[in-house]
Design a protein around this ligand. Sequence first.
Ligand code: MG
Length: 349
Amino acid sequence: MADETWIFEYVRQFEREEYLLPNTWIVVRIDGRGFHKYVSFTNLCKNPIRLAPLWLQARISNHYGFVKPNDIRALDLMNAAAQHVLHVLHDIMISYGHSDEYSFVFHKSCTLFERRSAKIASTVVSTFTAAYIHLWPRYFAEPAPTGTFLARHSNGGGSTNVIAIEGNPQSQETSREKADLAISHLPTFDARCISYPSNHNLKDYLSWRQADCHINNLYNTTFWALVLKGGMSNTEAEEFLKGTLSSDKNEILWSRYGINYNNEKEIFKKGSVVLREYKMLEPTEAARRIDIDVASDLPKEDELSKTKREKIRKARQKADVVVRHIDIIKDDFWQQRPWLLTGQPGSSV
Ligand SMILES: [Mg+2]
């Protein structure tokens, strides 16, 4: 039988590969499946066939009692899983995440899997998910952070979920019951690859994600203040916030609940950047003169000698992979960390 495998081998011809354009930045964005999406009764009525399954099943965040609007345990777990991905895949220069999404940026010189899109996306998302599941007990064995309590709250779908509200230590037992992962609600992620031809496009991509973090967080902070502190239903809060600007939301938070949005934690407002840490350049004139749109690149990997390649790999392996909650939209961020764009490891801290 073994000699006759050639009879079947023609099926290989059905396989199709997408090779990502050479010399472009590869971004893999992963996104949690069914973590937060909230379906209001109004939307359900508009599109019952598509939305009924979502409406009936508790979201991951509700099932495990994530603190609203932000659960620091869930965010720290996302960051730890992202750090693991950077430890395993040396071609990733930087990653950025907030909420249930993460973007991983491979250097344009990367030749991993001959730049086959499906291989790269599936490796990133499975490495991330494996770490997320493995590390889950470390972050969720503890009850919701101090100063929060769990309360019964209708998710608008007829069922009641346990969520944590700031300020009142109560019934943390329920939190422990929910700590173990259930086969019916295993966290999973999807992934896609996008290639960006210029440094400028890549910076704009990451700026877009960080701006999105800010917009979403301001919305969620206000939404959950109206629900949890103001006693509105989810639908009422959604209606109330329709058409409001950022300044209106800031005003609602301050005048109604005495919350100064600027004092919210940086991790909530800015999201998280995961990168290898080297000695940063001082933000002096010399650094500012670096034109980050044309920052020189490493030659393509196949043009590098084997020794040089190995040296770069070892330097990346040795560097600390750190998590920061800082502004990545301003040029300063890139000018102080030239290694992110050049791919040349910097000097150790
Ligand atoms: Mg998402």
